[in-house]
Design a protein around this ligand. Structure first.
Ligand SMILES: NC(=O)c1ccc[n+]([C@@H]2O[C@H](COP(=O)([O-])OP(=O)(O)OC[C@H]3O[C@@H](n4cnc5c(N)ncnc54)[C@H](O)[C@@H]3O)[C@@H](O)[C@H]2O)c1
Length: 253
């Protein structure tokens, strides 16, 4: 079997629930990781990089606010200089202000758009020149089941922000494929991470989320990390512009 190429991979929200699980899995495969996350989570992120390095992996934390164009410009430049290339960008950072449209104020709507959608635009904008120069690169955008359906249980701003990520992914996949750059999105159903952990403590909320999954269990961070590993693998080189659901069939009906 052909040996898997070691890749330089950037993960935004790398210290969070899904980000840290993908980091563990990708580091175990020997990939060289850069975890980009807010300065407030530095201690947690440094603890994670230490765990990854003790297990033989290569990982570095860089404090970044993914809504800041200056942060992206500086960070991509630094990584490209240090690592010599950027193979994969995983736009994973995200937030959810859980208010329905009637209760939400415009600033909250814009904050949702800035973090969930603006960050995907900025990350893509700054890695594209590096990837085009290499004639090779992969961008993975973390959308959601909410990026595919008007999810009944989720407030509208989240759904709108993730829907934009789905279509941005397809637009990049079609425009930049001729430069060797591929772009795919991942669409998990509810995963028990800090993102939603408080709400899942409510038995009615948990039952609602469980009840919508045909496979009868919640998605796990490992399920999502497995989908990421699949897309990162050399054997996925013909997969471009796909919306990969990791939802136990939730979006089938
Ligand atoms: N957990 C779920 O049920 C679920 C389901 C579908 C999709 N998602 C998506 O998966 C992604 C990861 O979610 P998670 O469950 O790991 O959430 P999480 O809250 O555990 O982690 C999110 C991470 O993003 C970081 N982040 C937030 N704003 C940032 C900013 N401005 N700059 C840099 N980093 C920032 C946070 O510090 C955190 O480490 C999100 O995009 C989320 O929308 C989550």
């Amino acid at each position: 079997m052909k040996e898997e190429r070691t890749k330089v991979i950037l993960i935004t929200g790398g210290a969070g629930g899904l980000g840290s699980e993908m980091a563990k899995e990708l580091a175990a495969l020997g990939h060289h990781l850069y975890l980009l996350d807010l300065p407030d989570v530095e201690a947690k992120a440094e603890e994670l990089t230490a765990v990854l390095e003790r297990a033989g992996g290569r990982a570095k934390f860089i404090p970044v606010d993914v809504t800041s164009e200056t942060d992206w410009e500086r960070t991509v430049y630094l990584i490209a200089e240090e690592a010599g290339r950027i193979d994969v960008l995983i736009n994973n950072a995200g937030i959810n202000i859980r208010k329905v449209v009637e209760d939400m104020v415009y600033d909250e709507w814009m904050q949702m758009m800035a973090v969930n959608t603006g960050s995907v635009f900025l990350g893509t904008k700054y890695v594209l020149p590096v990837m085009k120069e290499q004639r090779e690169g992969l961008i993975i955008n973390m959308s959601s089941v909410c990026g595919l359906v008007g999810h009944l249980y989720t407030p509208e701003a989240y759904t709108a922000s993730k829907g934009a990520v789905t279509m941005f992914t397809r637009a990049i996949a079609s425009r930049y494929a001729s430069y060797g750059v591929r772009c795919n999105s991942i669409h998990p159903s509810t995963v028990d991470t800090p993102f939603i952990r408080e709400q899942l403590k409510n038995p009615d909320f948990a039952a609602e989320r469980l009840g919508e999954v045909p496979l009868g269990r919640l998605c796990t961070a490992e399920d999502v990390a497995n989908a990421v590993k699949f897309l990162v693998a050399d054997s996925s080189s013909f997969i471009n512009g796909t919306s990969l659901t990791v939802d136990g069939g939730t979006t089938c009906y």
